[in-house]
Design a binder for this molecule. Structure first.
Ligand code: NAD
Length: 317
């Protein structure tokens, strides 16, 4: 394994809105990074956020928090892109495409001008499209341009299964793959609880999940829509998911996470970014797993890739 880079752990966050700052708050309270840089088109906002976070420093592990320009990226291992318009009520993630592609096209060259080899971690939506755009514009190796992908959707899936059985969600294993969005795929065929297949678990506790599967699917896939309807934006859970990815990178954990990454032939899919279980460590993505899926899941994954490729083509990529 490569050495951990935790001693010099610096994250720069471009976009200090609800997602960017919830993530910065998670990094601060969990002691994940030693340095945090904040950049926003609205400079005063980034400055105010840095002041607010800095005033909490007596309560957390030492961390240096600064607001500024793109020069902050110079010595950062990770640059997170959380800038952009967020999803509005009734708007799909793909509706955001054009607006946010332009923003990524503007931001990435500014990052690269100060740092030729960062890990770019995309969270802005539509995250799979924007990750591909950042990859193409930056010229970085694919393992270094990743996204939060379906890490959050995977956690929602595990959480809902855990509620059904009244069990610790950390004992539930299962993955959501494909697009972070409407065409994502819940991999029911691989779900297990503490190493016990879902079918055996249902039998052992005499509680079938079958009649509830569709409802769980809907609640995972439409979670963001439901939250946005109630409170306009989602940010806490995604911030924790981003913190988890950051921890895996800084501590070189080689954790299996469904981050978004470039497909290079997995399940016959190429030239599109989407999520599969990947090991994540100090170099970014170190391995992409393409284990057997049920036939309907594999077909749904290919459909998801096709939808993303069509959307990329519609914005000129
Ligand atoms: P927000 O509106 O609160 O914040 C966006 C910030 O980006 C603002 O501070 C704005 O000034 C800044 N910004 C806009 N254009 C910029 C530019 N060119 N350069 C620098 N800064 C710029 O939005 P939010 O709620 O924080 O959401 C941010 C993004 O994260 C959205 O695209 C949203 O859809 C996405 N998101 C993704 C997930 C996920 O699971 N991937 C979850 C939640 C939200």
């Amino acid at each position: 394994m490569q050495k951990s880079t935790h001693q010099h752990s610096k994250v720069v966050i471009v976009g200090t809105g609800m997602v960017g700052m919830s993530y910065a708050y998670a990094l601060t309270t969990k002691g994940t990074a030693r340095e945090i840089g904040l950049i926003d088109r609205n400079q005063a906002r980034a400055e105010g956020e840095a002041m607010d976070l800095n005033h909490g420093l007596p309560f957390v592990k030492p961390v240096d928090i600064q607001a500024g320009g793109y020069e902050l990226c110079r010595d950062a291992q990770i640059v997170v892109i959380a800038a952009g318009a967020s999803q509005k009520q009734g708007e799909t993630r793909l509706d955001l495409t054009k607006r946010n592609v332009r923003i990524v096209e503007e931001i990435v060259p500014k990052i690269m001008a100060f740092n030729p080899d960062p890990i770019i971690l995309m969270v802005s939506n539509p995250v799979d499209i924007l990750t591909y755009v950042a990859l193409k514009i930056s010229g970085l190796r694919p393992e270094r341009v990743i996204s939060s992908g379906t890490v959050l959707d995977t956690m929602r899936f595990r959480y809902l299964i855990s509620r059904h059985y009244n069990i610790d969600s950390r004992n539930v294993h299962g993955y959501v793959i494909g697009e972070h969005g409407d065409s994502e795929v819940l991999v029911w065929s691989r779900v297990n609880i503490a190493g016990i297949s879902l079918m055996d678990w249902c039998r052992a506790c005499s509680k079938s999940i079958h009649p509830h599967k569709q409802q769980i699917e809907d609640n995972v896939r439409d979670a963001a829509y439901h939250i946005i309807e109630k409170k306009d934006a989602t940010y806490y859970a995604i911030a924790l998911a981003m913190n988890r990815i950051t921890e895996a990178i800084f501590l070189n954990q080689q954790s299996v996470l469904t981050v978004g990454t470039l497909m290079q032939g997995e399940y016959g899919i190429k030239d599109v970014c989407l999520s599969l279980p990947c090991t994540v460590g100090s170099g970014g993505v170190s391995h992409v797993f393409s284990n057997p899926l049920a036939d309907n899941e594999e077909k749904a994954l290919r459909d998801s890739a096709r939808i993303l490729r069509e959307n990329l083509a519609s914005v000129g990529y």
